[in-house]
Design a protein around this ligand. Structure first.
Ligand code: NAD
Ligand code: WQD
Length: 337
């Protein structure tokens, strides 16, 4: 199959690209490298021992998209490209709507012009907002609480309308929970450009000595130990879910939203302990105030992914922490080493 990956050089894109190549698919990465490094692609090529096409372009640029679609003639698109920092989205909402929403509209237009009718989209559990009940199933009300989350919500609606207007089209909206971990080779992984916002990259940079200590945002939540509980999912499980979703999109029409998580939660302190075990060293921490906008618990209902994609997570939090540590300790400064 010929698959075009927007944002294919990024954290989740690079892991998915590797699995696509390992399964004999042809790939084109369309990325503007605003939050990634060409080095990630060089390493994927080495690991897969296979080549693929790269287009340095912006999804908001219709001419670059047209050129990529004309040359590569993809049968399906996996759409990762976009901005993803919740805090930054509060400060720069127009930038987020421009890149994420307008970028997706430009991409859907190019797909239609070139007869490419299948898309798998990187949505997020953040579309659910405050939980009315747990675990979140795909019918849970959608009330995102920040501009980033709203871009994902609006894009989901736009893709639904696009699919309705085009009988040949099919779309899978994957709502990721908390992706963490790295490829077991330690050659590719998450490489935040600034101080990490997310828990596991932060712990990992404390463990490797780049940051002094972890701030645990609140220990007075209604959870087992008072710290926030999340559904962490290994990036290689997530990559496998994309392959299953692309295949599913070939045998269906219409639009499906599907949660991608494990259905099991871990608290902040449980993640710290798992990481300390993986890295065999202590992770200094202090308890601080809650972070604005955080919920106590987030957990995925996983039945729909199993039923439609025949996908379920294989890895647990020990695997996630071990692979993160292998990547971080082999590449203390990420791809700039
Ligand atoms: P990432 O930043 O590592 O990857 C995104 C890639 O898109 C980068 O390579 C970046 O250079 C590229 N890009 C950004 N804007 C672009 C544009 N306008 N044109 C072309 N390329 C562009 O992020 P990631 O963690 O791999 O996330 C991938 C997708 O998954 C994003 O859409 C994100 O919102 C979504 N998501 C991520 C998480 C998470 O925790 N990592 C959770 C839920 C959803
Ligand atoms: C996890 C837990 C924090 C950092 C975010 C986005 C979401 C999705 C995934 C893209 C929480 C605690 C964190 C730290 C801490 N991304 N924490 N100290 O907030 O569940 O989800 O990433 O779609 O949209 O909102 O993930 O990793 O930031 O936090 O104590 O330095 O760790 O309070 O309980 P979150 P996270």
């Amino acid at each position: 199959m010929r698959v075009l990956l927007t944002g294919g050089a990024g954290y989740i894109g690079s892991h998915t690209l590797l699995q696509l190549l390992q399964k004999e698919n042809e790939a084109l990465v369309f990325d503007n490298f605003s939050n990634s490094s060409p080095e990630a692609l060089r390493r994927v090529k080495q690991l897969a021992n296979r080549d693929f096409a790269i287009c340095d372009g912006d999804i908001r640029d219709a001419d670059s998209l047209d050129e990529a679609f004309r040359d590569f003639r993809p049968e399906a698109v996996i759409h990762f490209a976009g901005l993803k920092a919740v805090g930054e989205s509060n400060e720069k909402p127009l930038e987020y709507y421009g890149q994420n929403v307008s970028g997706t509209i430009a991409l859907l237009g190019a797909m239609q012009r070139h007869g490419c009718a299948r898309i798998v989209f990187s949505s997020s559990a953040t579309v659910y907002g405050e939980s009315k009940y747990l675990p979140y199933d795909e019918d849970h009300p959608l009330q995102p609480t920040n501009p980033y989350g709203r871009t994902k919500y609006f894009i989901e609606e736009i893709i639904r309308d696009w699919v309705t207007s085009w009988p040949a089209a099919s779309a899978v909206l994957l709502r990721y929970f908390n992706p963490v971990g790295a490829h077991p080779s330690g050659r590719i992984g998450e490489d935040p450009q600034a101080i990490p916002n997310n828990l596991v990259p932060y712990i990992s940079q404390v463990a490797v000595g780049r940051l002094a200590q972890l701030s645990v945002y609140g220990d007075d939540y209604d959870t087992r130990d008072g710290t926030g509980e999340r559904d962490y999912v290994h990036v290689d499980d997530l990559a496998a879910a994309h392959l299953a979703a692309v295949q599913f999109s070939a045998r269906t029409r219409g639009c499906e939203a599907i949660n991608i998580g494990t259905g099991r939660g871990a608290t902040v302190l449980e993640m710290v302990r798992a990481f300390e075990k993986a890295a065999d060293r202590p992770v200094p921490l202090r308890i601080t105030a809650r972070r604005d906008g955080d919920v106590a618990r987030s957990l995925a209902a996983t039945a729909k992914a199993k039923q439609l994609l025949n996908w379920e997570a294989q890895y647990d939090i020990d695997d996630m922490c071990q692979s993160t540590w292998h990547w971080q300790s082999s590449n203390p400064n990420g791809y700039t080493d």
